[in-house]
Ligand binder design. Structure first.
Ligand code: NI
Length: 169
């Protein structure tokens, strides 16, 4: 079990565009995925992107099964997603509160596409193609933004809705 340090907003590595993964199922990649899974579990996260632990590669993991940080959230299947591409199904967006392990203790109201198609590869290099909506779609958009150096405050429309989680409202 290896829990890695999560970089926080302000670290320039979080602002980089991450590189594509070219070799699948290598010992290095599998170790990186295990470390990310251990780290996400230890921090009770809904998802984690490789750049958040200082590795600038296009790899995200996510999954939600009754997460205490998101008590009302729908479940999201445990997924390892490499070199992802996201396509919105239409232009419809909605807003909801998001948090991020790189901005501990904060939350913000973030607009996201309601329905997306996403594709990429799993850890073995097998093609993944999924259509997702709601919280599932939101998590994927949030995590994949990390691969392009985007943190959720950059997506926000109104910084009045940026707050500490332990403050009501
Ligand atoms: Ni995040």
């Amino acid at each position: 079990m290896t829990v890695r340090t999560i970089l926080r907003m302000g670290n320039p590595l979080l602002l980089q565009c991450a590189k594509e993964i070219t070799e699948f199922n290598t010992p290095e990649l599998n170790k990186l995925i295990r470390d990310m899974q251990d780290t996400m579990q230890a921090e009770d996260g809904a998802g984690l992107a490789a750049p958040q632990i200082g590795v600038s590669l296009r790899l995200v993991i996510f999954g939600v099964d009754h997460n205490p940080r998101y008590p009302d959230a729908e479940t999201v299947p445990e997924t390892i997603l490499i070199n992802p591409t996201i396509t919105p199904v239409d232009e419809t967006m909605d807003e909801a509160w998001e948090g991020c392990l790189s901005l501990p203790g904060l939350r913000g109201m973030v607009p996201r596409y309601c329905q997306i198609k996403y594709s990429g590869f799993d850890a073995q290099g097998k093609k993944i193609e999924i259509e997702a909506s709601g919280f599932h779609a939101r998590v994927v958009q949030h995590e994949c933004d990390h691969l392009d150096g985007i943190l959720y405050p950059q997506r926000m429309k109104d910084l009045k809705q940026f707050s500490y989680t332990d403050e009501p409202g």
